[in-house]
Design a binder for this molecule. Structure first.
Ligand code: GLY
Length: 410
């Protein structure tokens, strides 16, 4: 399978701009109707709150927030899988506030990720390098970010299993235990590969992303559009084994954050390839997730958890889902997806912010990291803050978000 080089290059992923106020140069269609004034007011107030929270906390942040304990950030020194989100949040805060203090913090934080560009031991290189280094390249034009992001893409493609046509999720390359594990989250790491093909003109990155997405769409979605967290393959033969889970309730359940990663990731892959199969999958996953929402529009942690719809919440799933639905609406012209996204962002803004706490380091509360391990139940998570800001700015400042992460459809 090959995607035409012309098509890949047309995504113009390397557009660089130099200030928070300069003219957008990328080609996304960001012309949609503005939401009603009360909705805009709520979203702007939430973005202001999140940005002021980040401004207050940033001077004391010395590493990468991974989640809160008793409302205070707990840090990883090397970034774990989340190291892209703190610099990404700072870039979003810069775009919203136009205050160069955020730009300085974003650069300083992103620099700390440098060793990870050579990390072949995880699939999370897109999470790590897209909101941080790709965004830094697009917003500053400094080529060192581009070079590092391309190295990260080179590390990621080493995890491709050509027999099963998938990118393995976990474990070092010489660790056989996890060699056949594929997870729905990986869909969000594929845009780094699309970026690499657009930058280098070499189709190999995007071809691997497309093969992985095809495999994922073949085995993950159930007829109703729900997905398991994990699907196992025999790594030696590439033969499918079956669905599984680690962060969801069971192999037959539907972990809400995984569903959100899937719908957003398939939408992005559609934008990068125009493959209608990816669009159909994105819509199917989106339709299931929308149908599973409770009236409060804060996703339960697993749509098939035993106590749902009254189970523990994961606001991060709502923030990611909102971004994916805004993207899907723009890609399809279907306004209904945008309406749900606006309701999600409004719900997060009204019921999930840490406004009433004087202690909280994060902006968004009520997120759940790993319910089966009883690890991080209804805490703050750095990706909730990042995607809340990305989602709100997709509504308020779409050209700026386009400049940062490339919203163009090929
Ligand atoms: N990608 C890991 C998670 O969403 O928790």
């Amino acid at each position: 399978m090959s995607v035409s080089r012309r098509t890949v290059l047309a995504s113009a992923a390397g557009v660089a701009a130099v200030s928070a106020t300069s003219t957008p140069a990328a080609a996304a269609d960001t012309t949609v109707a503005r939401p009603p004034a009360p909705t805009l007011h709520k979203l702007r107030a939430a973005a202001d709150y999140a940005v002021e929270k980040v401004r207050a906390v940033a001077p004391s942040v010395t590493a990468f927030p991974v989640g809160t304990k008793f409302e205070k950030w707990v840090y990883s020194q090397n970034g774990d899988w989340v190291g892209g989100f703190w610099p990404g949040t700072l870039w979003m805060a810069w775009l919203h506030s136009k205050d160069d203090a955020f730009r300085g913090w974003a650069v300083a934080s992103a620099e700390k990720l440098a060793p990870r560009q050579y990390d072949t031991g995880t699939h999370d290189l897109g999470f790590l390098f897209y909101p941080s280094w790709v965004t830094a390249w697009r917003l500053t034009g400094d080529a060192r970010w581009r070079t590092g992001a391309l190295r990260a893409a080179d590390s990621l493609i080493q995890r491709y299993n050509p027999r099963g046509r998938f990118i393995r999720a976990w474990g070092a390359l010489n660790d056989e235990r996890n060699a056949g594990r594929v997870i729905i989250d990986t869909m969000m790491n594929l845009d780094l590969l699309a970026f690499a093909s657009s930058q280098t003109g070499d189709d190999k990155y995007l071809n691997i992303a497309v093969e992985h997405a095809r495999t994922t769409r073949r085995v993950f979605p159930r007829p109703d559009g729900s997905t398991p967290h994990v699907y196992d393959f025999d790594p030696a033969t590439g033969a499918p084994i079956g669905p599984n889970t680690v962060q969801g309730y069971s192999p037959t359940s539907c972990w809400s954050r995984g569903q959100a990663w899937g719908l957003y990731g398939f939408t992005t892959m559609y934008r990068r390839t125009r493959n209608p199969e990816f669009l159909a999958t994105a819509r199917s996953l989106a339709d299931f997730a929308v149908g599973a929402l409770t009236p409060d529009h804060v996703p339960v942690w697993d749509y098939r958890a035993p106590q749902q719809p009254y189970d523990i919440k994961d606001a991060s799933a709502g923030a990611i889902m909102a971004c994916g639905l805004l993207d899907l609406s723009a890609a399809t012209g279907r306004h209904a997806y945008r309406e749900v996204a606006l309701r999600l962002l409004t719900a997060l803004s009204e019921t999930c912010l840490t406004r009433n706490s004087t202690r909280a380091d994060g902006a968004v509360a009520r997120c759940t990291r790993h319910r089966p391990n009883e690890d991080g139940v209804e805490i703050s998570l750095p990706y909730a803050d990042y995607y809340l800001l990305e989602g709100i700015l997709r509504v308020l400042q779409p050209q700026d978000v386009d400049r940062a992460i490339d919203l163009a459809t090929v």
